[in-house]
Design a protein around this ligand. Structure first.
Ligand SMILES: *Cc1c(COP(=O)(O)O)cnc(C)c1O
Length: 379
C-alpha cells in the first residue's frame, strides 16, 4: 500500500474477526477481562491502549510515513507531550508566528517548568543560525504559518537541526500529509491538531504525534500513558472515519482556495492576498518544491480599517464567522481579535496581524457560491 488515499481508507480497517464487520466496531470498554493475572489479548486498560485507538494510530502513522503515532485529546495535548520529553534547562527554538495556543502553552505553562523558549522568524535561515543555543533540543515550526501563510524550508531546517543533534518538530496541521510529509524531508516529529483537516468535520477536538525515532516514540508513548491525555475511543472512530475522505477533501479545499485567491487578488477592495499557491506569493517556489499542494487556508488584507473588516466578517452568509479551520464548511475570522488575541499587541503588530487582515478556511461547498458570498460581503 503506497498511495495516501489507499492508506487513508484501508490502514487499521481490516474487517473485525468476530462477525466480519467491514467497519470495525468501536471498543468503548475502559478495561479488558484477563484469563489469568497479567494474561490478556493485548489490551488491559484503555488509557494504556484501546483497540479502536490502536487502529486509528496505525492509520495516522501510515499517512505521515512514520513508524509510531499517538492520539491525544487535543492538538495542544499532543504538543505538550512532545515538550514534556525535555529536561529542565533545555531550550526550544520556535517560529515567532506559531498558533496562538501553542505560544500560550509554551510561554505561560511550560516555561514555568524551566523549559526555555525563544521565538524567531524561522523563514530566515540567518536568524535561525543566530538564535540556536547549545541547550536547544527542538526547533519547532509550522508551515504554512498561521495566519500569514509563510513557508519554512523543512529540508534545510532539518539538515541544520541534525548537524547540531537537535530535533525538528513540524506542526503539519495546515498542509496535512496529503500535501506535505515532514518526516520524509528530515523532520524528527510531526504534530497535528486532528481537530482541523484530518477529522475534517468540525465535530471533535483531537491531536496526534507521529515520528520514526524509536527513543522519542517511547518517551511520548510513556507520557501518553502516564499523564493520560488520550483520545477517547468514540473520537478516535470519528477521526479515523473522517480521514477516509482526507485526500478528496484536500483536493477540493485547495482547488477552491486557489480560485478564491485569484478572485480576491483582482478585487478592488482587497490590498493583498496571502496564499502559497499564487505565483505572487513571495515563497511560491519553495512551497511548490516541498508541498504537493497548497491547502485551503488563505488570508487577505482589506483596503480599510477595523470597521470595514468587521462589516465583511458580519456580512458573509456561507462563510460562518468562527475560529478553527479545516472543516468541510467554510469559515471566516479576524486573527487580531479572534485566533491570535493571545499574542501581545506589539507582537501581533510586528508580525503583520493587522486590523484589516481576514483569514478564510475554504470549505468544500460549490466555489461559485463561495465567491458570490464574498463578493456581496465585500460590496
Ligand atoms: C488548532 C491548532 C492547534 C491546537 O490544536 P487543538 O486541537 O485546538 O488543541 C495547534 N496547531 C495548529 C496549527 C492549529 O491550527
Amino acid at each position: 500500500m503506497k498511495g495516501i488515499s489507499t492508506k487513508a481508507v484501508h490502514v487499521g480497517q481490516d474487517p473485525d474477526p468476530s462477525f466480519g464487520d467491514v467497519i470495525p466496531p468501536i471498543h468503548l470498554s475502559s478495561t479488558f477481562a484477563q484469563s489469568a493475572p497479567g494474561e490478556h489479548r493485548g489490551f488491559d486498560y484503555s488509557r494504556a491502549g484501546n483497540p479502536t485507538r490502536a487502529r486509528y494510530e496505525a492509520c495516522l502513522a501510515a499517512l505521515e510515513n512514520g513508524d509510531h503515532a499517538f492520539a491525544f485529546a487535543s492538538g495542544l495535548a499532543a504538543s505538550d507531550a512532545v515538550i514534556r520529553t525535555l529536561q529542565p534547562g533545555d531550550h526550544v527554538l520556535c517560529s515567532y508566528d506559531v498558533y496562538g495556543g501553542t505560544f500560550r502553552l509554551f510561554e505561560r505553562i511550560l516555561k514555568n517548568q524551566n523549559i526555555e523558549f525563544s521565538f524567531t522568524d524561522l523563514t530566515d535561515f540567518a536568524a535561525l543560525e543566530h538564535a540556536v543555543q547549545s541547550n536547544t533540543r527542538f526547533i519547532w515550526i509550522e508551515t504554512p504559518t498561521n495566519p500569514l501563510l509563510k513557508i519554512v524550508d523543512i529540508r534545510t531546517t532539518a539538515e541544520f537541526a541534525k548537524s547540531r543533534s537537535i530535533k525538528l518538530a513540524v506542526d503539519n496541521t495546515f498542509a496535512t500529509p496529503v500535501f506535505q510529509r515532514p518526516l520524509e524531508l528530515g523532520a524528527a516529529v510531526v504534530i497535528h491538531s486532528v481537530t482541523k483537516y484530518l477529522n475534517g468535520h468540525s465535530d471533535i477536538i483531537g491531536g496526534a504525534v507521529i515520528c520514526n525515532d524509536a527513543e522519542l516514540a517511547e518517551q511520548v508513548g510513556f507520557i501518553q500513558f502516564a499523564a493520560g491525555a488520550v483520545q477517547a475511543p468514540f473520537d478516535c472512530y470519528l477521526a479515523h472515519r473522517g480521514i477516509k475522505t482526507l485526500a478528496v477533501r484536500m483536493q477540493c479545499h485547495q482547488a477552491s482556495a486557489l480560485q478564491i485567491a485569484e478572485f480576491l487578488e483582482g478585487h478592488a477592495k482587497v490590498e493583498t492576498v496571502l496564499y502559497p499557491g499564487l505565483p505572487s506569493h513571495p515563497q511560491h517556489e519553495l512551497a511548490s518544491a516541498q508541498m504537493d499542494g497548497y491547502s485551503g487556508m488563505l488570508s487577505f488584507y482589506l483596503k480599510g480599517d477595523l470597521d470595514d473588516a468587521t462589516q465583511v466578517l458580519k456580512d458573509t452568509r456561507l462563510f460562518s464567522l468562527a475560529e478553527s479551520l479545516g472543516g468541510v464548511e467554510s469559515l471566516i475570522e479576524h486573527p487580531a481579535i479572534m485566533t491570535h488575541a493571545s499574542l501581545p499587541a506589539e507582537v501581533r503588530e510586528s508580525l503583520g496581524i493587522a486590523d484589516s487582515l481576514i483569514r478564510l478556511s475554504v470549505g468544500i461547498e460549490d466555489v461559485d457560491d463561495l465567491i458570490e458570498d464574498l463578493d456581496r460581503a465585500l460590496g
